[in-house]
Design a protein. Structure first.
Length: 492
């Protein structure tokens, strides 16, 4: 079935409290998607953000981002008063997230709500904890992190760093109230998320969400289950993840995430991955797996290197992982992020999996017309055509920063005269493509420039901050998107 959608992360929703929330603005955006005849709302990982504010480097694979919890909903439930949060300085610019302000203030507000809640906790609170085995370890991890001034677990004292039984049990007793607070945070997050998702689904819209292939070194998963990762006996990484140098990055990309002990995962029937993907399918309707090529082979960089110029490719689990996923979870909806250095082996894995890959139009306009990202070169409809992703510039920004030859060819290909006309021309091209699904960023529908770019890979600082201006989208824009969607037979 042909369909289309809009990419806008929860953090980018408009609102008053520093970052997008799971409250009325989220419901309003769902209504906008419905009016625009869209089938999909694509977001980034909803995990808690850590150093660098990236949703792809999180303290947990399973936890939701506390920053997204809606204060107005907590007030309606009787756990907050308006004065507890409405007069706080959440940042000067309503179109940018100020993560330092969030870190300084969000948890104080949530603690007020928790102290009200815990006087008469709902029975569902304990059901949530019992039904989600990851919650208590995550809550302990966060309690200890705050007790250690936010320092990573590998800088804690040896007994806690090494997860020794007596030290861990002692910490569970010592920090019991704090652990309950972090459990409460996740309980309220998922209560709000599940309510929002039910509403979105009731409109006939599905949520596409990301899971990163790797987890952060400073995460509860690496701390509590080090056997799953390539670490030495002191829990120090042996090799870490990244990408080798290419035409875009002379030093490559050093991500620094621990690598997996794939031999162990395979011997254990990939249960760790099965559980992770099962959880993702409950949170999202469609799961986009980031850096899919890493399952065929992955780049390993010796720990301690300052860049990715030294490293080697190693074989991953390949199709065996996804055969087990299908055996245990059935036919779930997955999109494979197959961008980057794609070999014949990676292409074979994608074909064998049956998952749709990605076609990004901003990569397409090689003046010679040979790019596999140009729609006339698509070999199959089993793909998702993006104008750009969160790692790309906006279309308008691209027209100003790409080479003159690329932009000239793009205008010729689209049949438009001006760079501004490229924006809707490229959206139209995505919607017209044979791909089963077409996705564009909200920034592009709003015709915004590079100031609205979400992320620039291999840079630290200034990323993940864009927020939509209040009242930026309206019925007129929804009608325009909806008509385009009807023309190309993608309507919800």
């Amino acid at each position: 079935m042909r369909a289309s959608g809009i990419l806008m992360h929860i953090s980018s929703l408009p609102g008053k409290y520093g970052i997008g929330k799971l409250g009325r603005e989220a419901y309003a955006f769902a209504d906008f998607l419905k009016a625009a005849k869209q089938k999909y709302w694509q977001i980034l990982p909803v995990s808690p953000t850590s150093y660098g504010d990236s949703p792809y480097q999180s303290f947990s694979c399973y936890a939701g981002n506390p920053y997204f919890i809606d204060f107005e909903t907590l007030e309606q439930q009787g756990y907050l008063k308006a004065d507890d949060y409405k007069h706080i300085n959440w940042g000067k610019d309503p179109e940018k997230v100020d993560y330092s302000k969030l870190y300084e203030n969000v948890f104080d507000v949530l603690r007020i709500a928790f102290e009200s809640f815990i006087k008469q906790p709902e029975s569902e609170f304990y059901d949530f904890i019992n039904q989600n085995g990851w919650v208590r370890d995550y809550a302990l991890f966060m309690a200890l992190k705050f007790a250690h001034d936010g320092n990573p677990w590998y800088e804690w004292e040896e007994p806690l760093k090494m997860f020794w039984h007596d030290a861990i049990e002692g910490a569970r007793w010592q920090y019991g109230h704090e652990i309950d607070f972090w459990c409460f945070v996740q309980y309220k997050y998922y209560e709000q998320w599940n309510k929002l998702k039910s509403y979105v689904n009731s409109l006939g819209i599905e949520i596409i969400g990301d899971i990163p292939i790797y987890v952060a070194y400073d995460s509860v998963e690496v701390w509590s289950s080090p056997q799953n990762f390539l670490l030495d006996d002191k829990k120090t990484p042996i090799d870490v993840a990244g990408c080798p140098p290419d035409a875009f990055t002379a030093l490559g990309q050093l991500w620094g995430n621990p690598l997996y002990r794939w031999d162990l995962h395979e011997r254990e029937g990939f249960y760790w991955w099965i559980d992770r993907i099962r959880h993702a399918t409950r949170v999202y309707d469609v799961v986009r797996i980031d850096h899919f090529r890493g399952f065929e082979s992955y780049y390993a960089i010796p720990f301690g290197r300052e860049d990715a110029t030294v490293g080697e490719w190693r074989k991953g689990p390949d199709i065996r992982l996804f055969e087990e996923v299908k055996r245990q979870l059935g036919d779930i909806k997955i999109i494979a992020e197959d961008l980057g250095f794609i070999t014949n082996e990676v292409a074979d894995l994608l074909r064998a999996s049956g998952f749709p890959g990605m076609k990004v139009l901003e990569f397409a306009f090689d003046p010679y017309g040979k790019s596999s990202y140009l729609p006339h070169n698509y070999p199959s409809h089993n793909s998702v055509c993006y104008t750009g992703t969160h790692d790309n510039d906006t279309i308008l920004g691209w027209t100003k920063n790409a080479s003159k030859e690329e932009v000239k060819f793009c205008r010729e290909y689209l049949g438009v005269r001006s760079n501004r006309d490229v924006v809707w021309g490229m959206i139209r091209l995505a919607w017209a493509s044979v791909s089963d699904t077409a996705i564009a960023q909200m920034q592009d529908f709003l015709e915004l420039g590079s100031e609205a770019r979400m992320n620039t890979p291999s840079t630290l600082g200034g990323n993940w901050q864009w927020r939509c201006k209040e009242n930026a989208y309206d019925d007129t824009l929804a009608e325009k998107i909806g008509r385009l969607t009807e023309i190309y037979d993608r309507q919800n």
